[in-house]
Design a protein around this ligand. Structure first.
Ligand code: C2E
Ligand code: MG
Ligand code: MG
Length: 667
């Protein structure tokens, strides 16, 4: 800004449009002026008209200098009358104020010049009128633009005070008195104008402050509202998939279940648990696992469409809620839709994954729509679905309720020490298929329940795993089994099943080896049977435990090979001392060429890796002959011997070894 404009700005004193307060002040000045100035010009015109009437046109000869002033007043009056209707931008207001200043300057100088001229004329009768109207015009105009101090001072300084000064220097003592008094009044008015302006500025300033404060508060409130909504969304959303989380899902479920009684509609609840997700996470890293979950989330959303709700309620567990489903077949169709949504391979970072999931469904209907109950039912259905293998689907039925009840009874009994102690062991011989020599006994848990009758290990072991009692149970069984094994000939090993869950608990190997050491059994006589599932759950912990077993001298056998993934990578990454072929591999090879080839392939694979094989579930002579022909070393099955009790096992494994001659295997 040059010094000239700076000087001009200071002279005009209109304000500035840079700051918030400056702009507000300008707007208020303009608003006040647009109300006051028309009155000001009206006063100016009334004054001139009054003067004209008072002198009965005596100033006719002086019309010429007055006329431009009258015209100026009229033009400005019209301008301001128009301006009242609109609010200008602060920059335009500044221009308007500057114009006002100069018009006021022109008017005051003009009026003053004319008045002084009149007073210098030798017409004393008009002098009083000139003084009266001049003073009135000065005071009136000053108040007319009181909202704009710089302009308001002009009529006092350039019209009123020059007239008063002129009176003071008049020879007439009456005029001198009038001049002094007028000067004092005008000075007082100048002072009042300044006070008024300060008050006006302060008022606007505080009003701007309040408005800004109010705006800030409003903005803060808006931000808080947005934040609150965001926080609620975050609290209800699974950050990975963007789906509803467990919390939000349960809330929706409760709300929709409550609405059922009003709408009379039906609702299907589905719980999906991905098959074999953990190995993907472990093998390819969490980023890949996350990408899979994201994609699953997206696909489930598309299955449900807008009316359904999809949520991620656990690591690899999803839940879906479908409205307007009333029948079991409807629920099954949903399960099928979910399954087929996952069928398309998942391509992540150029790698293809095949993902499937088990789906448990239940229906919520009017009169039977308790959300907690529905969750339990969907869980039961999921449990059943998992039993039927990968991509299983099950809809809850009343029979499941019975199964549930049985499960609860088993669970409760397992928690009771006395009841758990009823779980005992039987021993199934594992023999050399060529010589019939007894190589080992596999210890198998048996439970004859007071109320439920015989409960198979395939039923209670998974429950014990789920309720975290497997460690305790397994340790006790190992202690019993080792106690029995000490009675056998030194050449007969004990084969003991280690649960997948137990194997994935850090420190399990320590505890089991301590039992062995306490019993004083040579570790070389014990072999642990582990299944692939253990390696799928937590490969690293399982590996640590298994390495500890091997370091202690016990053997590790991979059980049920061929039942699940039959992953060659595990054979490469883990060191095993033997493989137990799953019963399914030898179930039908004698009547199918393909199965026979498969069995031969697996046996060749084991031979290539230098791993001795044990064939399970040998039930027929054909199976036995075939296995012998294919070079399978050891075997186990009802044909050779069913599991026997401890006493019978001890009799078989006594110092005199029972030899099974090739020809009398079935005997
Ligand atoms: P597994 O380790 O594969 O045990 C072999 C299963 O096959 C046993 O079933 C056995 O009774 C059965 N079996 C033996 N010979 C034949 C045959 O010729 N034909 C058929 N169809 N089956 C035969 P079991 O005793 O019901 O045990 C089932 C599974 O439960 C076992 O499979 C094992 O995984 C688990 N298990 C049993 N006892 C224990 C235990 O003490 N601890 C742990 N962790 N798991 C156990
Ligand atoms: Mg086994
Ligand atoms: Mg087995």
């Amino acid at each position: 800004m040059s010094w000239k404009t700076e000087w001009l700005d200071r002279l005009v004193g209109a304000g500035e449009a840079r700051s918030e307060a400056g702009r507000a002040l300008l707007e208020e000045r303009y608003r006040a002026l647009s109300r006051q100035i028309p009155l000001l010009y009206a006063i100016g015109l009334a004054n001139i008209a009054g003067l004209y009437l008072a002198t009965k046109g005596a100033f006719g000869s002086f019309y010429n200098p007055i006329t431009p002033l009258v015209l100026l007043l009229i033009v400005r009056l019209v301008h301001w009358l128009r301006a009242r209707r609109e609010m200008l931008a602060p920059e335009r207001i500044l221009i308007e104020l500057r114009k006002t200043f100069f018009y006021a300057l022109a008017f005051c100088v003009g009026f003053c010049g004319w008045a002084l001229y009149q007073l210098s004329e030798d017409n004393p009768a008009n002098h009083d009128l000139v003084i009266l109207f001049g003073s009135l015009a000065a005071v009136g105009c000053a108040y007319g633009v009181s909202a704009y101090l710089a302009a308001a001072r002009l009529p006092i300084l350039l019209l009123g005070l020059p007239l008063a000064t002129r009176l003071i220097f008049s020879p007439d003592p009456g005029h001198i008195g009038m001049g002094v008094s007028l000067s004092l009044i005008l000075l007082l008015i100048l002072h009042l104008l300044r006070i008024h302006d300060e008050g006006f500025s302060r008022l606007i300033e505080s009003r701007t402050g309040i408005a800004a404060e109010r705006e800030r508060a409003r903005r803060a409130e808006r931000v808080a509202k947005v934040e609150k909504a965001k926080a609620k969304r975050t609290a209800d959303t699974d950050p990975l998939t963007g789906l509803a989380n467990r919390r939000a899902f349960l809330r929706h479920l409760a709300r929709r279940a409550a609405a059922l009684s009003r709408s009379g509609d039906g609702l299907a609840l589905a719980i999906l648990d991905l098959d074999g997700f953990k190995p993907i996470n472990d093998t390819f890293g969490h980023a890949t696992g996350d990408a899979v979950l994201e994609e699953v989330g997206a696909r489930l959303t598309s299955v449900g469409g807008r009316s359904a709700l999809a949520a991620r309620i656990g690591g690899d567990e999803f839940a879906l809620l479908f409205p307007r489903i009333r029948t079991v077949s409807g629920a099954k169709a949903i399960g099928a839709a979910v399954r087929s949504a996952l069928e398309e391979p998942f391509v992540i970072s150029g790698r293809e994954f095949r993902i499937s999931g088990c789906c448990g469904l239940t229906l919520l209907r009017v009169g039977d729509c308790d959300p907690a109950q529905a969750l339990i039912r969907a869980d039961s259905a999921l449990y059943q679905a998992k039993h039927s293998g990968r991509a299983g689907i099950a809809v809850f039925s009343e029979e499941m309720d019975a199964l549930n009840l049985r499960r609860v009874q088993i669970e409760d009994s397992l928690r009771l020490k006395a009841s758990q102690d009823a779980i005992g062991l039987v021993f199934q011989p594992i023999r050399d298929l060529a010589t019939g020599e007894l190589r080992a006994f596999e210890a198998l848990a048996r439970w004859n329940h007071d109320l439920l009758g015989p409960v198979a290990p395939g039923e209670f072991i998974p429950i014990a795993e789920q309720i975290n009692l497997i460690g305790e149970l397994s340790e006790r069984l190992l202690r019993d089994a080792v106690g029995e094994a000490r009675r056998w000939a030194g050449s007969v090993r004990l084969s003991f099943n280690v649960s997948a869950v137990q194997l994935c608990v850090a420190g399990s190997a320590d505890r089991l080896l301590t039992i062995l050491a306490e019993a004083g059994l040579d570790p070389g006589r014990l072999q642990f049977e582990v299944t692939e599932t253990a390696l799928l759950v937590d490969f690293e912990t399982a590996r640590t435990n298994l390495q500890q077993f091997r370091a202690a001298g016990t053997r590790i056998v991979l059980d049920d090979f061929g039942a699940g993934h039959a992953s060659i990578s595990y054979l490469r990454e883990m060191q095993f001392d033997g493989i137990k072929l799953d019963g399914s591999l030898i179930a039908s090879p004698h009547d199918s060429m393909r199965s026979r080839r498969l069995l031969k392939g697996v046996l060749d694979l084991c031979a290539a890796m230098g791993l001795p094989c044990v064939a399970e579930h040998i039930e027929t002579r054909e199976q036995l002959e075939l296995l012998r022909k294919l070079g399978c070393r050891d075997g186990q099955g009802y044909l050779l011997s069913p599991p026997v009790d401890a006493q019978a096992a001890a009799a078989m494994a006594g110092p005199r070894l029972t030899l099974l001659r090739a020809g009398s295997a079935a005997g």
